[in-house]
Design a protein around this ligand. Structure first.
Ligand code: SF4
Ligand code: SF4
Length: 298
């Protein structure tokens, strides 16, 4: 059974540069895998930042689905993992926990999407449930670093604490900003925030890359607005980038308007603000008003 499990996992994951490790807790063998990605450079004027993490995360989700199907077909009972993924990744030896709450791997740094699959049975080294449930110690390197803590615009990262509700990723998901400072903090990051990872020493061996021509077309601020404000169909080309669950036209339209307001010259987007001031969704109206206020105060 064990060699069959390893063979199935290897068949699905070895073609996509993934690394994986397994560990057994309470009679369930968890295989955690890391799918790497190359982050984009900071975008030039006229473009928004869309974090490549989401592309990898989306791909990892479908790889996990495929693994579940193949394992079930081979007679394994697959089990959902209710334990924190990052704890399992750490216990299995896939990475070290960091102050930024991420996990860093020697090869991929923090630039990886994690997924996990459980199968009933003991097919790997065993670890205790209490170890898997408790918060792991963060890397010693973090104690003498603190770069992410200093750089986070919203002060989310503390010594052993994390203010998730102020994290830009959470603010973008809600597409609602509690105050002006929070709305400003996203800058021109439409989806995702890379600030705490870009200068993390665990990523210093990794290069970022320029946008491809296709990405330039997709991430131009004007094209993003045109796509999202035209409804579900317009959002479709972004399915593999943002993930199906995040394709909400009103939410994304409000986010693009927020990005426009945070550019060096919001006035160039005046017509978009005017067109959205009476939108049926409150988030869009608020973002259009904020853009209008920025233009008026320019
Ligand atoms: S930036 Fe420094 S403190 Fe923050 S996670 Fe990376 S190594 Fe740790
Ligand atoms: S993702 Fe951005 S907002 Fe969230 S902790 Fe990192 S730097 Fe702060």
């Amino acid at each position: 059974m064990k060699s069959n499990l390893e063979k199935i996992i290897s068949t699905v994951l070895s073609d996509c540069e993934a690394q994986w490790k397994s560990i057994c807790i309470d009679g369930i063998t968890y295989t955690v895998f890391a799918l790497p990605y190359t982050q984009l450079d900071l975008p030039p004027e006229g473009y928004a930042f869309v974090d490549s993490y989401y592309v990898a995360s989306n791909k990892a989700y479908f790889l996990r689905k495929k693994l579940c199907e193949d394992l079930a077909q081979a007679g394994f009972e697959t089990v959902e993992c209710t334990l924190p993924y990052k704890n399992i990744a750490h216990l299995a030896g896939l990475g070290v926990p960091l102050r930024s709450t991420l996990i860093a791997n020697e090869t991929y740094g923090t630039r990886m999407a994690l997924e996990i699959i459980g199968v009933r049975g003991v097919f790997a080294e065993e670890a205790s449930l209490s170890n898997a449930a408790k918060k792991p110690e963060i890397s010693e390197i973090c104690s003498s670093c603190g770069i992410c803590e200093k750089l986070c615009p919203n002060g989310c990262i503390g010594d052993g604490s994390f203010l998730r509700e102020r994290c830009i990723r959470s603010l973008q998901e809600a597409s609602d900003f509690p105050d002006e400072a929070a709305a400003d903090s996203i800058g021109t990051q439409l989806w995702g925030c890379d600030i705490c990872q870009r200068y993390c020493p665990f990523n210093k061996h990794l290069e970022s890359r320029e946008m491809t021509e296709k990405e330039k077309e997709l991430f131009s601020i004007e094209n993003l607005f045109a796509a999202f404000s035209s409804g579900k169909k317009g959002c479709e080309p972004y399915r593999d980038i943002l993930g199906g669950n995040y394709l909400r036209p009103a939410k994304l339209t409000a986010l693009v308007l927020s990005v426009m307001a945070n550019t060096a010259n919001p006035k160039q987007y005046e017509k978009y603000a005017a067109a959205m001031l009476n939108h049926s969704d409150e988030r869009v109206r608020k973002a259009a008003q904020r853009l209008t206020d920025k233009i008026n105060n320019q």
